[in-house]
Design a protein around this ligand. Sequence first.
Ligand SMILES: Nc1ncnc2c1ncn2[C@@H]1O[C@H](COP(=O)(O)OP(=O)(O)O)[C@@H](O)[C@H]1O
Ligand SMILES: Cc1ncc(COP(=O)(O)OP(=O)(O)O)c(N)n1
Length: 271
Amino acid sequence: MLNSYPQALTIAGSDSDGSAGMQADLHTFFARNVYGASVITACVAGNSYGIHASVPMPTDFIDQEFADLADDYHIRAAKTGMLADSELIEDVVKNYQAADFGPLVVDPVIMTKHGNQLLEESAFNTLRTKLIPLATVLTPNFYEVQKIAEMTINSDADMIAAAQKMQAMGAKNVVAKGSHADTNQQAVRDYVLLESGESFWLSEPYHETDRVNGTGDSLSACITAELAKGTPMKTAIAIAKQFVNTAIGSPIEVGHKFGPINHWAAQQREY
Ligand SMILES: Nc1ncnc2c1ncn2[C@@H]1O[C@H](COP(=O)(O)OP(=O)(O)O)[C@@H](O)[C@H]1O
Ligand SMILES: Cc1ncc(COP(=O)(O)OP(=O)(O)O)c(N)n1
C-alpha cells in the first residue's frame, strides 16, 4: 500500500541559495507533510549577501510545466511567488485558469526585504487587474501593501483601509503583513481580512535576528499546504503565522550574512 500526501504547487522563481523563492516553498510543503510540485518562472542567482542576477523562463516552457502537471497530478492548492514581468503574470493567469489546481495563494513578490526588485514596475497594473482577482488569499508584505493599495501606511486604520482596498480588487482573503522596522518592537502583527468580513490582527513575538530570508515565501507556502489538506482558512493562516515564527526563532548557520529560517524547528512542533 503506497502512502498518500496532499499535493500542492508553487509557481515561483528559483533562488539559488535555497533560502527563499520556490526552495523555501518546497521546504515548507515538506515540513507540513504535503507533496510539493513546482512551476519555475525565473531563476535568481544569489546568496546571503543578496541577489546578483535573474532570468525569466520562456512562456512556452512555463506552459509545458503546467500542462505536464495538469495531465498527471492532483494539485489541491497552489501559490504564486516571483513572476518577474507582465508577460509572465498573464501567462500564469492563463494557465491557472485552464487548470483545476484548487485555491490560489498569491504572494505578490515585488521586492525582497533587502531591496532587490523582483517584479518590473511596468507589471504592477497587470498584478492588480489580472492576478489579484484570482487570489483566494493575498499575502503582501508591508512594502507591497503600500504599492498595491497605492497609499502610505502610518496607522492601523491605514492598514485596514488598504486591506479593504485589496479585497475590493478581488482578493477573497487578505493577510497584510505588518512593518518590522521598529527596532524596539516586542511583537510583529499582520492584519487579516477574511472573505466572511471577519477581521483580526495576528500577533507573534518579534525575534531579533538577521536570519529572515524567505519568511514571506514560507508564510504563503504554509497557508497553501494547509489549504491543500482542507484546513479551514482562518486556521490555515494562524498555523502559518506560528510556523514561520518558530522557524525564525531557531536560527541556523547557513551563509555569512542574511540567512534562511529554520524549517526543521518548525516541522518538529505541533500547531
Ligand atoms: N524578526 C521577525 N520576528 C518575528 N516574526 C517575523 C520577523 N520578520 C518577519 N516576521 C514574520 O514573518 C512573516 C513574513 O513577513 P515579512 O518578513 O514581512 O514578509 P516578506 O518576506 O514577504 O517581506 C510575517 O508574519 C512577519 O510578521
Ligand atoms: C526567487 C525568489 N522569490 C522570492 C524571493 C523573496 O522572498 P520573500 O520571502 O518574499 O522575501 P524575503 O523574506 O526573502 O525578503 C526571493 N528572494 N527570491
